[in-house]
Design a protein. Structure first.
Length: 222
């Protein structure tokens, strides 16, 4: 079996673990976590870390919270996210009222650990959406990770789309999949965002930065 076939097989087994927990964690989290796993592939750990960093910066989770344990708590909890009006209340419930069986947790196989990380990351992603009052596609997290963006840059892009009432099409923009008008609009929005975020950059620097996004997006992996 080749390297990429092995990766694909492992991801499939992790997705199966996630899907088997649908009765405990709910369909929304299962759908998000499996999609995240499928599109991130071998870069999943890096993408999960990106979501975690943004979640911590925005106060969705605490700096010392572990996404694997958050996912484990979701899998053993009596309530799921659909039982709460707010994702933040669900996270607080998991934090305060759900315990992890350390003996069982420490014996988890790699596929089970990654499944729990993906579930935890998806919960945090939902919390970020709630915090920012906007929809954030899983593809966005994969692409911003691939671009090597930091937390402030990522948050800036999220805010940019929300404030301009434009659908978050960052992934498609980087992949060159947008129509001419959408491409120009998103490019102009990014220029204005970087002018505010990094005022020391020249117009040429910003334009080169945006052009380079498409080159980075074509590279293999995250």
């Amino acid at each position: 079996m080749g390297f990429f076939s092995a990766i694909g097989s492992f991801v499939s087994s992790v997705c199966s673990v996630v899907s088997s927990a649908v009765s405990a964690i709910g369909s929304a989290i299962v759908t998000g976590a499996t999609k995240l796993l499928e599109i991130a592939g071998k870069g999943i750990e890096a993408v999960i870390n990106t979501i975690r960093q943004v979640g911590v910066a925005l106060g969705v989770i605490q700096p010392d919270e572990d996404l694997e344990k958050l996912g484990e708590k979701a899998m053993v909890a009596d309530k799921k996210v659909e039982d709460f009006d707010y994702v933040s209340d669900y996270i607080q419930y998991l934090r305060d009222e759900v315990e992890v069986d350390k003996a069982k947790f420490d014996k988890l196989e790699d596929k089970d650990k990654l499944a729990r990380k993906a579930i935890g990351a998806t919960i945090v992603s939902k919390g970020i959406e709630e915090k920012k009052d906007t929809i954030i596609p899983m593809e966005f997290w994969v692409e911003t990770t691939k671009q090597g963006m930091g937390q402030k840059e990522i948050t800036g892009v999220i805010d940019m789309f929300k404030e301009s009432s434009v659908e978050n099409n960052f992934f498609d923009f980087c992949k060159g999949k947008l129509g001419f008008k959408e491409k120009v609009k998103t490019s102009n929005l990014l220029v204005e965002m970087y002018k505010e975020l990094e005022p020391d950059l020249s117009n040429d620097d910003i334009e080169n930065k945006i052009i380079n996004m498409k080159n980075v997006s074509k590279e293999e992996g995250v």
